[in-house]
Ligand binder design. Structure first.
Ligand code: F6P
Length: 344
């Protein structure tokens, strides 16, 4: 019997509980291991705050959003004696290996700990932003896209009634996956992503063109990290988190003003914010998260550490953690070109 730790780090995401449930169910019932949950991501490892997980106390959580373990953006590499504390506390709890569920930051820590050769980790890719490399999709992304698409559908009808331009700001710090997918699904008339700095006059031209063709409303989807050609990211706050990220937000409000003043069309902005991360995961994300959880505990059983489980095509595979972190997966040109057919 081994003692296996599990933690959820970074921004929460629908499907985290499905991974925890799958790891625990197979880890205990099939392999006979003990599963130790760490509270609040890497913070719980630094402070040795744990929760014993069993098939019983992880039952009934498959459909629940958030994470029963809690999450944080703590970076042990930025804390005083952080890495030593991680090693000491894992040893004190007799933890043989760890399953870290997270995005670029949490798995970046897992990768660096792997390099120390003292911590055995398997990673599970999580982020609504879908910007992790080496996996076709992360769980949580599909749910976020569905939430945004539902919102765009609702905004469509009110836009139509009032002859308005609706700007919808969605998440996506460095990559426009949510914007492009929800924009495509919702029939957006312009989609603005961080990968492609935009010309605001061109966006206004699309809208004018639509209106000249007899359309009386338009929908513009913008990722929070999108920037105008002549500008920088719009920030909520300059303060950086432990991974060096500032808080983005405000591009939607900026666009609302620019579009209204340049075109004369009445414009309204909706910022979907954390709505996109909350609530129940879609069936797709429950299945993907469950498959990732099973694959992660299988990798632990095989002693295949320093890996991340990943979706490639329809298969769950194992890739080196280093292949997943370091460089973000951004929206490819062909997807953007497909969306652009419907602009203006
Ligand atoms: O998880 C990534 C993300 O969704 C980003 O798109 C966004 O910038 C960030 O989380 C905001 O998270 P928080 O407000 O929790 O720091």
């Amino acid at each position: 019997m081994a003692r296996i730790g599990i933690l959820t780090g970074g921004g929460d995401c629908p499907g985290l509980n499905a991974v925890i449930r799958a790891v625990t169910r197979k880890g205990v019932n099939v392999y006979g291991h003990a599963i130790v949950g760490y509270r609040d991501g890497w913070r719980g490892v630094l402070e040795n705050r744990t929760m014993h997980l069993t098939p019983e106390n992880t039952s009934g959580i498959l459909h629940r959003g958030g994470t029963i373990l809690g999450s944080s953006r703590t970076n042990p590499f930025k804390e005083d004696r952080g890495v030593e504390l991680v090693k000491e506390n894992l040893k004190a709890e007799h933890i043989d290996s760890l399953i870290a569920i997270g995005g670029e930051d949490t798995l970046g820590v897992a990768d660096k700990l792997t390099d120390t050769r003292d911590v055995l980790v398997v990673g599970v890719p999580k982020t609504i932003d879908n910007d992790l490399n080496a996996t076709d999709y992360t769980f949580g992304f599909q749910t976020a896209v569905q939430i945004c698409t539902d919102a765009i559908d609702r905004l469509h009808t009110t836009a139509e009634s009032h002859n308005r331009v609706m700007v919808v700001e969605v998440m996506g710090r460095h990559a426009g996956w949510i914007a492009i997918h929800s924009g495509l699904a919702g029939g957006a008339d312009a989609i603005l992503v961080p990968e492609k700095p935009f010309d605001v006059e061109e966006v206004c031209e699309h809208i004018r063109h639509r209106h000249h063709r007899g359309r009386t409303f338009s929908i513009v989807v913008v990722a929070e990290g999108a920037t105008p050609k002549e500008g920088a990211e719009t920030l909520q706050s300059n303060e950086k988190d432990a991974f060096g990220h500032v808080r983005l937000g405000g591009i939607g409000v900026w666009l609302e003003n620019e579009i209204e003043s340049r075109t004369g069309y009445e414009t309204r902005v909706t910022i979907l914010g954390h709505m996109q991360r909350g609530g129940t995961p879609t069936a797709y994300d429950r299945v993907l998260a469950t498959r990732f959880g099973i694959a992660a505990i299988d990798a632990v059983e095989d002693g295949d550490f320093g890996k991340m489980v990943a979706l490639q095509g329809t298969n769950i595979v194992r890739v080196p953690l280093g292949a997943a972190v370091g460089e973000l997966k951004t929206v490819d040109q062909s997807l953007f070109d497909a969306a652009a057919v419907f602009f203006g």
